[in-house]
Structure formats: C-alpha cells, structure tokens
Design a protein around this ligand. Structure first.
Ligand SMILES: C[S@@+](CC[C@H](N)C(=O)[O-])C[C@H]1O[C@@H](n2cnc3c(N)ncnc32)[C@H](O)[C@@H]1O
Length: 219
C-alpha cells in the first residue's frame, strides 16, 4: 500500500479502521507490557486514534507518526487542542501538551526524529502493510526503538485466502520471523471477533481473531 492509498482514504472519509472508543485489548493488556512509568510511547501509523489519549492518561508522553495531515488535524481538533506546528526535517511536527505527532512517511523517520522513546503501541499498523512490505516495516520499527524497549502489538488472524487486506492476517510464527531472534515475543491473548455488519463482512470475512503480543526489543 503506497502512502497515496491512505491519503485517499482520509480524503474520502473511508476510515472504517478508526475506532470511536478506546481499544479494549490496549486497556486489558497494557499493564502486562510493563512500560516504564512516564516513559514516552511511540505510536506508528497512528491515524487519529483515541488510544493515544488513553496512553496519555496513563502518564505517558505520546509520539505519533502519521502520513495524513487530515488525520493529524482531526486528532487535535477532536481533542480541542491547538497544536504548535513546526517543520522538523522531513516531518511536520504537531505538539500540544504531552502529544507530539510527526506528519510524514514512517519509512523515512530516524530515531532522532522521534526523540527519547521507552515503549510502543502498534494497532492496525503492521497489519496495514501488505506481505511484501511487512519485513521493511518491522526493520524500520525495530531500528527506531532503543534496545530493551517494550511494546504491544495487536494483530489479526484469519485464513488469508478469504480476503485481500488491508488488514492483512499475521500469525505468531510470521510475527516471530518478522521480529527476528533478538526480540522477545509473548502472546498475551487471542479473542474471536464477530465481523457481522462491518466492512470486513462486506469483503467476505465472517470471523477473525484479534491477538495481542508483548514485544521486547533485543539488545
Ligand atoms: C489502518 S490505519 C490505522 C490507524 C491507527 N493506528 C488506528 O488504530 O486507528 C493505518 C494508518 O497508517 C497511515 N499510514 C500508512 N502508510 C503510512 C506511512 N508510510 N507513513 C505514515 N503513516 C502511514 C494511514 O494514513 C492510516 O492512518
């Protein structure tokens, strides 16, 4: 999926991936991630996710990264905050309170762009990547995170032949391969999701599992 695909989705308001409430898996499993208290959390491909508000409420500064300026504007509008917007290298940086959102291409980011990060949260980011881009995504994500940092990945599993993503199905074995031997992966949970009445049902998917993993980046 090229950035253009997602920019068009935001332009046309086709954002079925956006959740109007805080992700349940985040609330349930974040304590098991054991992120350092007060440590900054990186949210790659953040959209205008309300999950960032929840992370901030837990005391974490939040650093989001999103290619769509519409999504960044909407996040701060809905928060009723007026961000300071500055050009910062390849990115436009929106800051307000404990939030900093970098608007630009994830694949061009460096650890310096992000600043100090202690943890990460990936929901609908890895699974938004087609299989040929997943290794590049994971290499980039792990290169942006300091050794020893921890995070939560929410993934989806379904028979891949049933539907053409996004979202794409990623199982535990595949995730382990993508992360490589130096990262530690623990599967925290899997729960069945009913797709009835959703855009996924329209694409032919009748059921899927939402999975949650704790990841620790290797030294
Ligand atoms: C499926 S949505 C998930 C958004 C968010 N994580 C959520 O839970 O609502 C994927 C997001 O990634 C953004 N995106 C896709 N490719 C990107 C890239 N190369 N750099 C930065 N953002 C990107 C899209 O604009 C979109 O908002």
């Amino acid at each position: 999926m090229k950035a253009e695909f997602w920019l068009n989705k935001w332009e046309s308001g086709e954002i079925a991936f956006h959740q109007e409430s805080i992700n349940e898996s985040l609330q349930e499993h974040w304590p098991s991630v054991r992120a350092p208290a007060g440590g900054a959390v990186f949210v790659p491909l953040c959209g205008k996710s309300l999950d960032m508000r929840w992370l901030a409420e837990q005391g974490h500064p939040v650093v989001g990264l999103e290619v769509s300026a519409l999504a960044c504007d909407a996040f701060f509008d809905e928060l009723e905050a007026r961000p300071v917007i500055e050009e910062a290298g390849a990115f436009r940086c929106y800051s307000a309170g404990c939030y900093r959102i970098l608007q630009g291409d994830f694949f061009t980011a460096t650890a310096t762009d992000l600043g100090e990060i202690a943890a990460f949260y990936d929901r609908a980011a890895l699974v938004a990547m087609p299989p040929d881009l997943q290794p590049k995504y994971m290499r980039q994500l792990t290169s942006l995170l300091p050794p020893g940092s921890v995070g939560l990945i929410n993934s989806l599993e379904y028979p891949p032949e049933v539907m053409e993503g996004p979202p794409f199905s990623i199982g535990e074995t595949q995730l382990r391969e993508l992360l490589g031997p130096r990262c530690r992966l623990s599967r925290l949970a899997a729960r069945e999701i009913n797709t009835e009445g959703t855009s996924l049902e329209q694409k032919g998917l009748v059921g899927l599992a939402e999975t949650a993993y704790r990841v620790q980046i290797g030294d």
